[in-house]
Design a protein around this ligand. Structure first.
Ligand code: DON
Length: 321
């Protein structure tokens, strides 16, 4: 960072002006009180509805955060691209996509539906994420499987504030009829690799959803994706370039559930949301941005998060298209 700054090679040279603009957007979007916190899992219903944080991290490691920047929130569905990338990095495209498709589903995140090949539509919805969990080191113990995911999050976040919320995990597991139904439906259709342990797979998926992070940490995760898989804060390569590119492609087409097409149309950036109100945006080659605001719209996306993203690409020419 220092040498880039000294040689005038920063990706956002006037970072102060950039942050002033982000702050202006943040303050405007904070006025919005629409939407409700997720209530289908009891622990999620206890979230601070009006909590709001935004953080940015550039590919050369400049950082800024505003709002409830110390608040820890569950990553929820933002674990889906991470699990997909872990599986891709270890197994390769062909082995992963023998078990999960790569087209938007056109349905809500937990819809019981498979594609024409009887596979989950993509890794960014529940069925596909459960499938990706089944592909992560199935031969290892539950502890080692979780640990490998957890350490990946720490590496992506540059050792930022990554934790685990056991109450959310227990609550998820106790109210998971739909996810069990999805897993049994996929097994009935022969979608899993032979020998998959459904219970262990589902528990790993619930544990991944129950990982916690703060907005600056999630912005660094997003920045690692923006930086071709190398964490800007530690220079550690977490994912290969190809894995990162493939994951971003699916975030761009499928990252916001049944709102993905509209989001691509109006915002045009790879992104992933979660029912905790987390949303991360990746601007390839430039920066990652994280938002956290638990009030959700009818499709399960953070109302303020989506509105911030809209205003962001109206203000700056970040839209990929
Ligand atoms: O599988 C579930 O029910 C949740 N833990 C999924 C999380 C999620 O964020 C889906 N989102 N809208």
């Amino acid at each position: 960072l220092l040498s880039r700054a000294l040689t005038g090679n920063l990706v956002i040279p006037d970072f102060t002006a950039f942050c002033a603009e982000l702050e202006r957007l943040f303050v405007a979007v904070r006025e919005c009180r629409e939407g409700d916190v997720a209530s289908y899992i009891p622990q999620l219903a206890r979230a601070d509805a009006d909590g709001f944080a935004m953080a940015v991290c550039t590919v050369d490691g400049q950082r800024f955060a505003i709002g409830d920047t110390d608040a820890r929130f569950g990553v929820q569905s933002t674990c889906k691209p991470i699990n997909y990338a872990i599986a891709l990095d270890r197994l390769g495209i062909d082995a992963v996509h023998r078990h999960v498709g790569r087209e938007p589903s056109g349905h809500s995140f937990n819809e019981i539906t498979l594609n024409a090949a009887r596979l989950p539509h993509n890794p960014m919805i529940n069925a596909g994420a459960i499938m990706c969990a089944s592909l992560i080191a199935p031969g290892l113990s539950a502890a080692d499987r979780f640990d490998s995911v957890f350490q990946t999050w720490r590496a992506l976040a540059g050792a930022g504030a990554v934790g685990f919320d056991n109450a959310v995990f227990l609550s998820e597991r106790d109210t998971a009829d739909r996810n069990f139904a999805l897993a049994y439906f996929m097994r009935e259709n022969g979608a899993f690799p032979d020998g998959t342990d459904l219970k262990a797979t589902l528990e790993l998926y619930f544990q991944c959803c129950s990982i916690t992070i703060d907005a600056p940490g999630l912005a660094t995760v997003a920045a690692t994706f923006a930086n071709g898989g190398v964490c800007p804060l530690t220079s550690e390569r977490v994912f290969s370039n190809d894995t990162t590119k493939n994951c971003l492609s699916l975030m761009a087409s499928c990252g916001l559930y049944d709102f993905s097409g509209e989001f691509a149309f109006t915002v045009g950036l790879p992104a992933k949301s979660g029912v905790s109100g987390a949303l991360f945006l990746t601007i390839p080659g430039v920066c990652g941005i994280a938002l956290w605001s638990p009030r959700l719209d009818a499709l399960g996306n953070s109302v303020r998060g989506v509105e911030f993203a809209r205003r962001l690409t109206k203000t700056f020419t970040f839209d990929s298209f």
